[in-house]
Design a protein around this ligand. Sequence first.
Ligand code: ATP
Length: 313
Amino acid sequence: MSEMMKQPSSNFAVEVKDLTVKFGDFKAVDQVSFSVERGEIFGFLGANGAGKTTTIRVLCGLLRPSEGEVHVAGVGFEHGDYLIKSKVGYMSQKFTLYNDLTVGENLDFIASLRKMDQALYLKRRKELFELISFDRPLTWKVSELPGGIKQQVSLAAALLHDPEVVFLDEPTAGVTPASRARFWALIRKIAASGKTVFVTTHYMDEAEQCGRIALMRTGKLIALDTPQGLKKSTFPMPMYEFEPKNQLKFADITKLKENPAFSFFEPYGLRFHACTGAQDAWEKSRPEFEAQFQIKEITPSLEDVFIHLVEGT
Ligand code: ATP
Protein backbone atom coordinates (compact mmCIF):
# COMPACT_ATOMS: atom_id res chain seq x y z
CA MET A 1 0.00 0.00 0.00
CA SER A 2 1.40 3.45 -0.89
CA GLU A 3 1.96 6.11 1.76
CA MET A 4 -0.70 8.28 0.06
CA MET A 5 -3.36 5.60 0.54
CA LYS A 6 -2.64 5.54 4.30
CA GLN A 7 -3.36 9.23 4.78
CA PRO A 8 -6.81 9.88 6.25
CA SER A 9 -6.69 13.27 4.47
CA SER A 10 -6.94 11.95 0.91
CA ASN A 11 -8.22 14.24 -1.85
CA PHE A 12 -10.64 11.51 -2.82
CA ALA A 13 -13.86 10.79 -0.99
CA VAL A 14 -13.79 7.18 -2.13
CA GLU A 15 -10.90 5.08 -3.43
CA VAL A 16 -11.41 1.51 -4.54
CA LYS A 17 -8.42 -0.51 -5.72
CA ASP A 18 -8.72 -4.01 -7.19
CA LEU A 19 -11.73 -4.78 -5.00
CA THR A 20 -12.93 -8.37 -5.10
CA VAL A 21 -15.70 -9.74 -2.88
CA LYS A 22 -16.29 -13.48 -2.90
CA PHE A 23 -19.20 -15.42 -1.42
CA GLY A 24 -17.74 -18.93 -1.45
CA ASP A 25 -16.37 -19.40 -4.97
CA PHE A 26 -18.72 -16.77 -6.42
CA LYS A 27 -17.24 -13.34 -7.16
CA ALA A 28 -19.97 -10.76 -6.53
CA VAL A 29 -17.39 -7.98 -7.15
CA ASP A 30 -14.44 -8.74 -9.38
CA GLN A 31 -11.26 -6.59 -9.48
CA VAL A 32 -13.04 -3.24 -9.38
CA SER A 33 -11.04 0.03 -9.19
CA PHE A 34 -12.28 3.62 -9.23
CA SER A 35 -12.15 6.81 -7.22
CA VAL A 36 -14.69 9.51 -6.42
CA GLU A 37 -13.84 13.15 -5.78
CA ARG A 38 -15.15 15.08 -2.81
CA GLY A 39 -18.45 16.84 -3.53
CA GLU A 40 -19.18 14.62 -6.56
CA ILE A 41 -22.60 13.12 -7.30
CA PHE A 42 -21.42 9.68 -8.37
CA GLY A 43 -23.91 7.32 -10.01
CA PHE A 44 -23.38 3.57 -9.58
CA LEU A 45 -25.45 1.72 -12.15
CA GLY A 46 -25.95 -1.85 -13.26
CA ALA A 47 -28.54 -4.56 -13.72
CA ASN A 48 -29.87 -6.45 -10.69
CA GLY A 49 -27.15 -8.59 -9.13
CA ALA A 50 -24.30 -6.60 -10.74
CA GLY A 51 -22.55 -6.12 -7.39
CA LYS A 52 -23.57 -2.57 -6.51
CA THR A 53 -24.96 -3.20 -3.03
CA THR A 54 -22.05 -5.50 -2.19
CA THR A 55 -19.57 -2.75 -3.15
CA ILE A 56 -21.52 -0.25 -1.05
CA ARG A 57 -21.53 -2.63 1.93
CA VAL A 58 -17.72 -2.73 1.73
CA LEU A 59 -17.51 1.06 1.40
CA CYS A 60 -19.71 1.46 4.50
CA GLY A 61 -17.35 -0.71 6.53
CA LEU A 62 -19.92 -3.52 6.82
CA LEU A 63 -18.17 -6.18 4.75
CA ARG A 64 -14.43 -6.82 4.43
CA PRO A 65 -13.00 -7.13 0.92
CA SER A 66 -11.82 -10.60 -0.10
CA GLU A 67 -9.05 -8.85 -2.04
CA GLY A 68 -8.02 -5.28 -2.76
CA GLU A 69 -8.48 -2.20 -0.65
CA VAL A 70 -10.95 0.64 -0.15
CA HIS A 71 -10.64 4.06 1.46
CA VAL A 72 -13.49 6.36 2.35
CA ALA A 73 -12.50 9.92 3.26
CA GLY A 74 -8.98 8.51 3.53
CA VAL A 75 -9.99 5.80 6.01
CA GLY A 76 -9.63 2.08 5.27
CA PHE A 77 -10.20 -1.18 7.13
CA GLU A 78 -6.64 -0.90 8.45
CA HIS A 79 -7.89 2.09 10.51
CA GLY A 80 -10.84 0.05 11.83
CA ASP A 81 -14.30 -0.50 10.38
CA TYR A 82 -15.77 1.71 13.14
CA LEU A 83 -13.85 4.69 11.76
CA ILE A 84 -15.14 3.99 8.22
CA LYS A 85 -18.71 3.85 9.57
CA SER A 86 -18.23 7.24 11.23
CA LYS A 87 -17.39 8.77 7.83
CA VAL A 88 -20.39 7.42 5.95
CA GLY A 89 -24.15 7.75 5.91
CA TYR A 90 -26.26 5.03 4.34
CA MET A 91 -29.80 4.98 3.06
CA SER A 92 -30.90 1.60 1.79
CA GLN A 93 -33.38 0.47 -0.85
CA LYS A 94 -35.79 -0.36 1.92
CA PHE A 95 -36.54 2.37 4.45
CA THR A 96 -33.83 3.02 6.99
CA LEU A 97 -36.45 3.95 9.59
CA TYR A 98 -38.67 1.90 11.89
CA ASN A 99 -42.28 2.26 10.77
CA ASP A 100 -43.76 1.75 14.25
CA LEU A 101 -41.63 4.43 15.91
CA THR A 102 -42.30 8.15 15.63
CA VAL A 103 -40.04 10.39 13.58
CA GLY A 104 -38.52 11.76 16.80
CA GLU A 105 -37.96 8.29 18.29
CA ASN A 106 -36.26 7.10 15.10
CA LEU A 107 -33.83 10.00 15.07
CA ASP A 108 -33.20 9.77 18.85
CA PHE A 109 -32.39 6.11 18.35
CA ILE A 110 -29.95 6.76 15.48
CA ALA A 111 -28.28 9.57 17.45
CA SER A 112 -27.76 7.24 20.41
CA LEU A 113 -26.36 4.47 18.17
CA ARG A 114 -23.98 7.04 16.70
CA LYS A 115 -23.14 8.19 20.26
CA MET A 116 -23.92 11.79 19.33
CA ASP A 117 -23.71 14.57 21.87
CA GLN A 118 -27.31 15.68 22.70
CA ALA A 119 -26.84 19.37 21.86
CA LEU A 120 -25.11 18.54 18.58
CA TYR A 121 -27.85 16.03 17.74
CA LEU A 122 -30.62 18.61 18.29
CA LYS A 123 -28.72 21.19 16.22
CA ARG A 124 -28.19 18.74 13.33
CA ARG A 125 -31.83 17.59 13.49
CA LYS A 126 -33.04 21.20 13.25
CA GLU A 127 -30.70 21.94 10.29
CA LEU A 128 -31.72 18.78 8.46
CA PHE A 129 -35.44 19.39 9.00
CA GLU A 130 -34.89 22.84 7.49
CA LEU A 131 -33.04 21.28 4.57
CA ILE A 132 -35.90 18.88 3.81
CA SER A 133 -38.59 21.42 4.80
CA PHE A 134 -40.06 18.95 7.30
CA ASP A 135 -42.77 20.67 9.28
CA ARG A 136 -44.84 17.79 10.69
CA PRO A 137 -44.96 16.87 14.38
CA LEU A 138 -42.08 14.69 15.59
CA THR A 139 -44.74 12.54 17.25
CA TRP A 140 -45.99 11.26 13.91
CA LYS A 141 -45.29 7.61 13.31
CA VAL A 142 -43.09 6.98 10.29
CA SER A 143 -45.82 4.70 8.90
CA GLU A 144 -48.13 7.76 8.75
CA LEU A 145 -45.80 9.73 6.46
CA PRO A 146 -46.38 9.87 2.69
CA GLY A 147 -43.73 7.88 0.73
CA GLY A 148 -41.80 10.90 -0.57
CA ILE A 149 -41.56 12.49 2.89
CA LYS A 150 -40.53 9.19 4.46
CA GLN A 151 -37.66 9.06 1.96
CA GLN A 152 -36.59 12.59 2.86
CA VAL A 153 -36.65 11.79 6.58
CA SER A 154 -34.56 8.66 5.82
CA LEU A 155 -32.08 10.93 4.07
CA ALA A 156 -31.99 13.24 7.09
CA ALA A 157 -31.38 10.17 9.29
CA ALA A 158 -28.46 9.10 7.08
CA LEU A 159 -26.95 12.61 7.37
CA LEU A 160 -27.54 13.07 11.09
CA HIS A 161 -23.93 12.44 12.20
CA ASP A 162 -22.61 14.73 9.45
CA PRO A 163 -20.87 12.03 7.36
CA GLU A 164 -18.44 13.00 4.59
CA VAL A 165 -19.91 10.53 2.12
CA VAL A 166 -23.53 9.48 1.85
CA PHE A 167 -24.47 6.23 0.10
CA LEU A 168 -27.97 6.16 -1.33
CA ASP A 169 -29.00 2.72 -2.59
CA GLU A 170 -31.99 3.19 -4.91
CA PRO A 171 -33.32 5.98 -2.69
CA THR A 172 -36.27 6.86 -4.91
CA ALA A 173 -37.55 3.37 -5.74
CA GLY A 174 -41.35 3.41 -5.64
CA VAL A 175 -42.02 7.13 -5.10
CA THR A 176 -43.87 9.52 -7.40
CA PRO A 177 -42.03 11.50 -10.14
CA ALA A 178 -42.66 14.75 -8.23
CA SER A 179 -41.13 13.26 -5.06
CA ARG A 180 -38.16 11.98 -7.08
CA ALA A 181 -37.57 15.47 -8.46
CA ARG A 182 -37.72 16.96 -4.93
CA PHE A 183 -35.33 14.30 -3.65
CA TRP A 184 -32.82 15.07 -6.42
CA ALA A 185 -33.00 18.77 -5.61
CA LEU A 186 -31.91 17.75 -2.08
CA ILE A 187 -29.09 15.59 -3.46
CA ARG A 188 -27.77 18.59 -5.42
CA LYS A 189 -27.92 20.78 -2.30
CA ILE A 190 -26.04 18.19 -0.24
CA ALA A 191 -23.32 17.87 -2.89
CA ALA A 192 -23.08 21.66 -3.19
CA SER A 193 -22.43 21.78 0.57
CA GLY A 194 -19.29 19.66 -0.02
CA LYS A 195 -20.56 16.18 0.80
CA THR A 196 -20.04 13.34 -1.62
CA VAL A 197 -23.15 11.56 -2.82
CA PHE A 198 -22.78 7.98 -4.05
CA VAL A 199 -26.08 6.88 -5.51
CA THR A 200 -27.52 3.83 -7.23
CA THR A 201 -30.61 4.14 -9.38
CA HIS A 202 -32.48 2.34 -12.12
CA TYR A 203 -33.93 5.63 -13.38
CA MET A 204 -31.95 7.03 -16.32
CA ASP A 205 -33.29 10.57 -15.85
CA GLU A 206 -31.70 10.46 -12.38
CA ALA A 207 -28.44 9.04 -13.75
CA GLU A 208 -28.30 12.04 -16.14
CA GLN A 209 -28.00 14.28 -13.07
CA CYS A 210 -24.82 12.57 -11.81
CA GLY A 211 -21.42 14.13 -12.41
CA ARG A 212 -20.01 10.74 -13.39
CA ILE A 213 -21.46 7.29 -13.74
CA ALA A 214 -19.87 3.89 -13.13
CA LEU A 215 -21.52 0.98 -14.93
CA MET A 216 -21.28 -2.48 -13.36
CA ARG A 217 -22.02 -5.79 -15.04
CA THR A 218 -21.71 -9.19 -13.34
CA GLY A 219 -19.31 -7.87 -10.70
CA LYS A 220 -17.08 -5.96 -13.12
CA LEU A 221 -16.77 -2.23 -13.74
CA ILE A 222 -17.37 -1.90 -17.49
CA ALA A 223 -17.46 1.90 -17.96
CA LEU A 224 -16.87 5.08 -15.99
CA ASP A 225 -17.40 8.57 -17.38
CA THR A 226 -19.67 11.61 -17.41
CA PRO A 227 -23.14 11.00 -18.92
CA GLN A 228 -22.01 12.88 -22.07
CA GLY A 229 -18.72 10.98 -22.23
CA LEU A 230 -20.49 7.63 -21.93
CA LYS A 231 -22.85 8.51 -24.77
CA LYS A 232 -19.99 9.63 -27.03
CA SER A 233 -17.75 6.64 -26.35
CA THR A 234 -20.58 4.08 -26.61
CA PHE A 235 -22.05 5.56 -29.78
CA PRO A 236 -19.28 7.31 -31.75
CA MET A 237 -21.32 6.99 -34.98
CA PRO A 238 -24.57 8.89 -35.68
CA MET A 239 -27.73 7.58 -34.04
CA TYR A 240 -31.16 7.60 -35.69
CA GLU A 241 -34.74 7.05 -34.65
CA PHE A 242 -36.54 4.68 -37.04
CA GLU A 243 -40.32 4.96 -37.09
CA PRO A 244 -41.86 2.07 -39.07
CA LYS A 245 -44.30 3.10 -41.83
CA ASN A 246 -45.96 -0.33 -41.50
CA GLN A 247 -45.97 -2.85 -38.71
CA LEU A 248 -42.79 -4.97 -38.63
CA LYS A 249 -42.65 -8.71 -38.18
CA PHE A 250 -40.44 -10.16 -35.46
CA ALA A 251 -38.23 -11.76 -38.15
CA ASP A 252 -37.71 -8.35 -39.81
CA ILE A 253 -36.51 -6.90 -36.51
CA THR A 254 -34.09 -9.79 -35.99
CA LYS A 255 -32.69 -9.21 -39.51
CA LEU A 256 -32.24 -5.50 -38.84
CA LYS A 257 -30.46 -6.21 -35.54
CA GLU A 258 -28.03 -8.46 -37.41
CA ASN A 259 -27.53 -6.03 -40.33
CA PRO A 260 -23.89 -4.79 -40.43
CA ALA A 261 -25.27 -1.31 -41.24
CA PHE A 262 -26.00 -1.06 -37.52
CA SER A 263 -23.90 -1.40 -34.40
CA PHE A 264 -27.08 -1.05 -32.32
CA PHE A 265 -30.72 -1.53 -33.26
CA GLU A 266 -33.18 -1.69 -30.36
CA PRO A 267 -36.91 -1.14 -29.90
CA TYR A 268 -37.89 2.09 -28.18
CA GLY A 269 -41.64 2.03 -27.67
CA LEU A 270 -43.15 1.65 -31.13
CA ARG A 271 -39.98 3.05 -32.74
CA PHE A 272 -36.36 1.93 -32.89
CA HIS A 273 -33.05 3.50 -31.98
CA ALA A 274 -30.30 2.65 -34.41
CA CYS A 275 -26.62 3.50 -34.35
CA THR A 276 -24.85 3.15 -37.66
CA GLY A 277 -22.19 0.48 -38.05
CA ALA A 278 -20.26 -0.29 -41.26
CA GLN A 279 -20.55 2.88 -43.38
CA ASP A 280 -20.66 1.11 -46.76
CA ALA A 281 -23.48 -1.22 -45.57
CA TRP A 282 -25.37 1.78 -44.15
CA GLU A 283 -25.01 3.90 -47.33
CA LYS A 284 -26.00 0.95 -49.52
CA SER A 285 -29.09 0.01 -47.51
CA ARG A 286 -30.24 3.54 -46.67
CA PRO A 287 -32.75 3.90 -49.59
CA GLU A 288 -34.30 0.56 -48.57
CA PHE A 289 -34.57 1.71 -44.95
CA GLU A 290 -36.08 5.03 -46.04
CA ALA A 291 -38.81 3.16 -47.89
CA GLN A 292 -39.70 1.29 -44.70
CA PHE A 293 -39.14 3.94 -42.01
CA GLN A 294 -39.32 7.64 -41.19
CA ILE A 295 -35.72 8.29 -40.15
CA LYS A 296 -34.42 11.17 -38.09
CA GLU A 297 -31.05 11.76 -36.45
CA ILE A 298 -31.17 11.85 -32.64
CA THR A 299 -28.79 12.21 -29.69
CA PRO A 300 -28.30 8.91 -27.85
CA SER A 301 -29.84 8.71 -24.39
CA LEU A 302 -28.33 7.12 -21.28
CA GLU A 303 -31.00 4.47 -21.64
CA ASP A 304 -29.45 3.54 -25.02
CA VAL A 305 -26.03 3.35 -23.35
CA PHE A 306 -27.40 1.19 -20.53
CA ILE A 307 -29.19 -1.17 -22.94
CA HIS A 308 -26.10 -1.51 -25.14
CA LEU A 309 -23.48 -1.96 -22.42
CA VAL A 310 -25.37 -3.58 -19.57
CA GLU A 311 -28.31 -5.45 -21.02
CA GLY A 312 -27.14 -6.01 -24.59
CA THR A 313 -24.56 -8.67 -23.85
P1 ATP B 1 -29.71 -5.09 -7.02
O1 ATP B 1 -29.87 -3.96 -8.00
O2 ATP B 1 -30.66 -6.22 -7.28
O3 ATP B 1 -29.68 -4.65 -5.59
P2 ATP B 1 -26.83 -5.36 -6.94
O4 ATP B 1 -26.08 -4.88 -8.13
O5 ATP B 1 -26.88 -4.47 -5.76
O6 ATP B 1 -28.28 -5.79 -7.36
P3 ATP B 1 -25.68 -7.29 -5.13
O7 ATP B 1 -26.79 -7.23 -4.14
O8 ATP B 1 -24.40 -6.65 -4.80
O9 ATP B 1 -26.17 -6.76 -6.55
O10 ATP B 1 -25.44 -8.83 -5.46
C1 ATP B 1 -24.40 -9.27 -6.36
C2 ATP B 1 -24.43 -10.77 -6.41
O11 ATP B 1 -23.94 -11.29 -5.18
C3 ATP B 1 -25.82 -11.36 -6.62
O12 ATP B 1 -25.68 -12.48 -7.48
C4 ATP B 1 -26.23 -11.78 -5.23
O13 ATP B 1 -27.11 -12.88 -5.28
C5 ATP B 1 -24.89 -12.18 -4.61
N1 ATP B 1 -24.86 -11.99 -3.17
C6 ATP B 1 -25.05 -10.83 -2.50
N2 ATP B 1 -24.92 -11.00 -1.19
C7 ATP B 1 -24.64 -12.33 -0.99
C8 ATP B 1 -24.40 -13.15 0.16
N3 ATP B 1 -24.39 -12.64 1.39
N4 ATP B 1 -24.15 -14.45 -0.06
C9 ATP B 1 -24.12 -14.98 -1.29
N5 ATP B 1 -24.34 -14.26 -2.43
C10 ATP B 1 -24.59 -12.95 -2.28
